[in-house]
Design a protein around this ligand. Structure first.
Ligand SMILES: C[S@@+](CC[C@H](N)C(=O)[O-])C[C@H]1O[C@@H](n2cnc3c(N)ncnc32)[C@H](O)[C@@H]1O
Length: 293
């Protein structure tokens, strides 16, 4: 079988599960097997594949036909310009979460500039429900001067986050802690960021097989209104964050409005500002605590 034939036949087969992404996904899987660039892939359509490569490629296509996400098959995904290891032990980081990282970097830079006199300790950040560690590690790479506690209740997710910290050389800057939300934090922080599970119970059965059959339920289920974990986090936050600190919470579509009164019930003087993702969905709540809270 030639490279061109492999691309064509597999893209045709994958169309049933991947729709318009079939060709792109086929290309990624074939590149993974052959360890070649996109340019090489398209410049040698007549190249004949060995039977081992054909069989290895077919196995990947079979996995995808069983609806396994491409990132799990490849064992990696891209987030905020960096590559992260990922497998079924941890949630696959989503592009919309890059907004949270972008806003947290912006906040931290302003916080550093505004400190008068300049603070002698590093800015402390907590990434709650870290999964692969993608948020914590992206922050560590963008802000070498901050220290980050990254918590997750899942021991398996923490294992993946550890691999990623080693891969990106930030094991000294990102401290991984297994436990419930903010409970494992050894000291208060200036900034809390969290992309916690926010799928409402009634929506769980409607998820695609890629999500429901492969990603950890612990990373998805957010309770009746999807806000259970955020409610618990807000309930724990007092004493875990410095006065005039900030909390960034990613929320699901349609949840931002319900979050504002929820925040007020825990922090009546806090201000809540919403930011939208590229699809104009209110995706992020920035909760600024008053100086005295
Ligand atoms: C939606 S995933 C997000 C993972 C990662 N932050 C990201 O954006 O790619 C939610 C994560 O929260 C973790 N989690 C769920 N309940 C938790 C709890 N009570 N305490 C800490 N982490 C929790 C899950 O294990 C999962 O890794």
């Amino acid at each position: 079988m030639t490279l061109g034939e492999a691309l064509c036949s597999a893209a045709h087969a994958l169309a049933a599960v991947s729709g318009e992404d079939a060709h792109f996904e086929t290309k990624l899987l074939l590149q993974h097997i052959l360890a070649v660039s996109t340019a090489q892939l398209y410049s040698e359509p007549e190249r004949v594949l060995t039977s081992e490569k054909v069989e290895a490629f077919r196995q990947l296509i079979r996995r995808r036909l069983r609806r396994e996400p491409v990132s799990y098959i490849l064992g990696s995904c891209e987030f905020y310009g960096n590559e992260f290891c990922v497998d079924s032990r941890a949630f696959i980081p989503r592009p919309e979460t890059e907004l949270l990282v972008e806003k947290a970097v912006e906040f931290s830079c302003n916080y550093l500039d505004d400190a008068t006199p300049p603070s002698r300790r590093p800015i402390l950040i907590a990434d709650v429900g870290t999964g692969t560690g993608a948020i914590a590690i992206s922050l560590a790479l963008a802000l070498p001067q901050v220290k980050i506690y990254a918590t997750d209740i899942s021991a398996s997710a923490i294992e993946v986050a550890k691999l990623n910290c080693e891969r990106h050389n930030v094991s000294n800057q990102v401290i991984l802690l297994q436990g419930n939300l903010l409970e494992p934090l050894p000291e208060p922080v200036d900034l809390i960021v969290a992309n916690l599970p926010y799928i409402e119970d009634s929506e769980l059965a409607k998820l695609s097989p890629e999500i429901s059959n492969f990603e950890p339920l612990l990373a998805l289920a957010g309770g009746g209104d999807g806000l259970d974990k955020m409610r618990q986090l807000l309930g724990q936050a007092s004493g875990k964050i410095y006065p005039d600190g900030c909390i960034f919470l990613e929320v699901g579509q349609g949840q931002a409005e319900a979050l504002t009164p929820l925040v007020s019930s825990y922090f009546p003087e806090a201000s809540v500002k919403l930011a939208s993702d590229l699809s104009e969905i209110s995706r992020l709540a920035k909760i600024t605590l008053p100086a005295s809270s």
